[in-house]
Write a protein that binds this ligand. Structure first.
Ligand code: HEM
Length: 396
């Protein structure tokens, strides 16, 4: 292959889609000199996510070996386990995230969104990320889990550092990112341990108390798994939906015709959110390791034991799957995007993220008709995994 794929290059962070197109056309099953494989075709990404031979636990073990740490210290949550443990852990949390339960949260989400807008409206300007997109999912997940929202300033930094740590494999064990991520896990674990002790003594009607009850019932959940589940939900609640709202609003503001259409027809919000997830999704890639040699449709074989990164963000712009994939079309109905993943690890929080995204975006554009981006080039965070803006100053 003639060109070098550098996931840390500033041009790639600013616009990964051009590189994805090149990889997909020139080297769709790419072996990176950084020691992992990169999949960019929709068909291959979908195949790897559906194929039970592509697993998480061997991937975690391979990453841990590479990083020189013990596998047990990372990767105990459902996100990093395979069946049957994955099935057991997901089952314990899943009742809180069914579409029915989540629909019931709509009025509360609306209240949170309105409250935030009431607060910023008089100023006529805000950082849309910090003052609007971020607090919405944080408030919701804290309330669901039973974590005091007022403590959120304490663990905000930990959550960010943990999310950045997803890139540790690229940066190495001695990197600042890897170190901070380790410290963050420790800080968050200690915080959660304290809170668990409180809820154990005095249970409430929250998800944390329900998970503690499952742990106390015996063989369903170990204490480590309880902690890992809480941390996963807290971080997922912090670092993903914020970027659906942020990336989504930036895309709409850059496509005034689409923004106008949504303002005129708010009922388009459901398809609009799906299109925004496809167009510039918050989770760009995941990782698996095959337990056998696997040959892809184009004929290239990935040997067993290797680290494979299916690029969701690339699959969702594949012209073989989406007509005119680089065009933002909020009325797109043929949209089998995989922004929430696929297969057994399909995002548990998808119904919640959809409700939050739909209410946040529709309320924002309804209440602030003169919304405009206040800077020339909003910047994306340096991350290969999560795609989101560092800030989005707007006026209205
Ligand atoms: C727009 C926002 C979101 C996006 C784009 C997103 C995306 C994803 C993706 C792609 C996966 C699969 C990862 C993989 O296969 O390795 C995933 C898994 C997961 N997500 Fe989300 N997510 C979002 C919001 C949320 C929220 C709000 C929560 C809960 C508070 C959540 C909880 C989870 C959990 C628990 C898993 C692991 C599921 C499993 O392993 O079975 N997500 N998410």
């Amino acid at each position: 292959m003639s060109f070098h794929f550098n996931p840390m290059a500033p041009e790639f962070v600013a616009d990964p889609y051009r590189t994805y197109h090149r990889l997909r056309t020139e080297d769709p099953v790419h072996h990176s000199p950084l020691g992992f494989w990169v999949l960019t075709r929709y068909e291959d990404v979908v195949a790897s996510l559906r194929d039970p031979r592509f697993q998480k636990e061997p991937m975690i073990a391979a990453v841990a070996a590479r990083m020189g740490v013990q596998a047990g210290t990372i990767g105990l949550s459902m996100l990093d386990r395979d069946p049957p443990d994955h099935t057991r852990l997901r089952g314990l949390a899943s009742k809180a995230f069914t579409p029915k339960v989540v629909e019931g949260l709509r009025p509360r989400v609306q209240e949170i969104v309105d409250g935030l807008l009431d607060r910023v409206e008089p100023a006529g300007r805000m950082d849309l990320i910090e003052e609007f997109a971020y607090p919405i999912p944080v408030n919701v997940i804290c309330e669901m889990l039973g974590v005091p929202v007022e403590d959120h300033e304490r663990f905000k930094g930990w959550s960010l550092d943990l999310a950045r740590g997803l890139d540790s494999i690229m940066l190495g064990p001695e990197s600042e990112v890897a170190k901070r991520s380790g410290q963050a896990r420790q800080g968050l674990t200690e915080y959660m341990r304290e809170l668990i002790a409180q809820r154990r003594a005095a249970p409430r009607a929250d998800l944390l108390s329900a998970l503690i009850a499952a742990e106390e019932a015996g063989d369903k959940l170990t204490e480590h798994e309880l902690l890992a589940t809480c941390i996963l939900l807290l971080v997922a609640g912090h670092e993903t939906t914020v970027n659906l709202i942020g990336n989504g609003m930036l895309a709409l503001l850059r496509h005034p015709d689409q923004l106008r259409l949504l303002r005129e027809q708010p009922t388009l919000i459901a398809t609009a959110v799906e299109e925004l997830l496809r167009y510039d999704g918050p989770v760009q890639r995941t990782a698996r390791t095959p337990t056998d040699d696997v040959t892809f449709a184009g004929g290239r074989t990935i040997p067993k034991g290797e680290i494979v990164m299916p690029f969701i963000g690339a699959a969702d712009r594949d012209p073989a799957q989406f007509r005119d994939p680089d065009r933002l079309d909020i009325t797109r109905t043929e949209n089998r995007h995989i922004a929430f993943g696929l297969g057994v690890h399909f995002c548990l929080g998808a119904p919640l993220a959809r409700v939050e995204g739909q209410i946040a975006i529709n309320t924002l554009i309804k209440r602030l008709p003169h919304l405009a981006v206040a800077i020339d080039r909003p910047e994306y965070r340096q991350s290969l995994t999560l795609r989101g803006l560092t800030a989005l100053p707007v006026t209205f």
